[in-house]
Write a new protein. Structure first.
Length: 431
């Protein structure tokens, strides 16, 4: 079968937080400082800010325990409640909120342990992740610290004063200056590039930020969000099956270790799609190649673009973001150097991390800018079509050693719909 080579699709993808929104990070710093000046912490301002960021780093571990994630919702009552429970040193506030100062060191140690385990669950080889998951289950079964701590968090989060403070954060944030970015996107369109957003976080939260920027209509259906990529039909059944196996394991009962490991592999693949990993970017590229003007629908439908068509309908892809570890490295890990163009904005919170001179040549961004205006000038005046490599092969959706041929065969006929769906997608990307 022969195919006619179609015109190249040329995409410029922007990260949202600290790239389009608040690239210098100054608006966020000012918002947090003003917000915390109203919170009875009993700490010096700089220490309050540092502790507030420590709590945000706990976000994934909190979410795992049924709380809202302050990484995505920066002043949710759950996050403020954890902050106060762990660090509040104001005696009056401690009494008002029922915080026991003598419990705080143990609570901080407990959350540090949960954070360590949570990170181990989400990083590294499958077997190591599964061992960390088992450690979490064993910890939860061994003592009642988790139940007591999170019960206190939920109690404090319901306090009227905490609710009022969180509403104040939203009002402070709303006063932050908003850059005028629609003309930049219009210029990119005129030059033949399709601007899109690729961002990590919750769908409703990230889209609200685009509305604040006045870009919701500009981007329309060209917003790719990690939460959407991590939604697989009936994945609750997969989680239930894993939970039942781990519950039996904790109780000392015999379990089917091989089935647990297989289901865990599928769970980890879905989790990788839920944040800016190489495999999340693969999902985005398949969605863009399927429908460049409405890729969010293709992402939601778990569309995989056929391997045989990529060579004849390639995609030129530029990724623009502020963080090396989430906006540059995953694209290089997925495609290799020279198969996309990576552009880094080193202007804000993460600007000091991963300096280019500390990276091997083959791991560096293709272009780096230290202010947004210079970046914008490059995109509208200097970026040449010929400088953007074309993606000509279907990017894989998961590490090859995670879902082996045997696991894919088992997955294709598994009783759990989510497993069957993931197996089908992986196979389609490989064919």
């Amino acid at each position: 079968m022969s195919y006619k080579v179609e015109a190249l699709q040329r995409v410029v993808a922007f990260d949202l937080d600290n790239t389009l929104l608040d690239p210098t990070g100054e608006a966020y710093e000012q918002t947090v400082a003003e917000f915390l000046s109203h919170v009875p912490t009993g700490m010096a301002p700089d220490e309050s800010v540092a502790r507030f960021e420590e709590v945000r780093a706990l976000g994934h571990a909190m979410e795992r325990n049924g709380l809202q994630n302050p990484i995505h919702e920066r002043a949710h009552p759950d996050g403020l409640a954890v902050f106060l429970l762990l660090f509040c040193a104001d005696e009056s506030a401690q009494k008002e909120l029922g915080i026991t100062p003598s419990n705080q060191p143990a609570d901080r140690a407990f959350m540090a342990e949960l954070l360590e385990i949570d990170r181990a669950i989400r990083r590294g080889p499958l077997d190591d992740r599964l061992e960390a998951e088992k450690r979490l289950w064993k910890l939860s079964a061994a003592d009642n610290r988790s139940w007591e701590f999170f019960a206190n968090v939920r109690r404090i989060a319901r306090e009227p004063r905490v609710q009022e403070l969180c509403e104040r954060y939203a009002l402070i944030e709303a006063r932050a200056p908003i850059p005028l970015l629609a003309p930049l996107m219009k210029k990119l369109r005129a030059r033949g590039f399709v601007p899109v957003v690729i961002t990590e976080g919750r769908d409703d939260v990230q889209r609200e930020k685009l509305e604040r920027l006045g870009l919701d209509e500009v981007f329309g259906g060209r917003v790719l969000i990690s939460e959407t990529a991590g939604l697989v039909d009936e994945d609750f059944a997969l989680d239930k099956a894993i939970a039942e196996l781990l519950s039996s394991w904790v109780k000392g009962s015999d379990v089917d270790d091989e089935r647990l490991r297989m289901l865990w592999a599928y769970r980890c693949v879905i989790d990788e799609w839920s944040h800016k990993s190489p495999w999340f970017f693969a999902r985005c590229l398949h969605a863009l190649r399927s429908c460049v003007e409405c890729p969010d629908g293709a992402l939601m439908m778990q569309t995989v673009y056929p391997q045989e068509l990529w060579e004849f309908e390639p995609l030129q892809f530029v990724m623009v973001g502020d963080r090396y570890d989430t906006d540059v490295a995953p694209v290089i890990d997925l495609l290799g150097k020279g198969r996309a163009l990576t552009v880094r904005l080193r202007a804000g919170k993460y600007g000091r991390e991963h300096p280019e001179d500390g990276l091997p040549e083959e791991r560096r961004p293709d272009h780096t800018f230290t202010d947004f205006d210079s970046l914008a000038t490059f995109l509208t005046d200097d970026l040449d079509f010929a400088d953007v490599p074309a993606v000509t092969t279907a990017p894989p959706l998961a590490p090859a050693d995670w879902l082996t041929d045997d696991y894919l065969e088992q997955g294709a006929r598994d009783p759990i719909a989510a497993v069957r769906k993931v197996a089908k997608m992986i196979n389609e990307a490989r064919q």
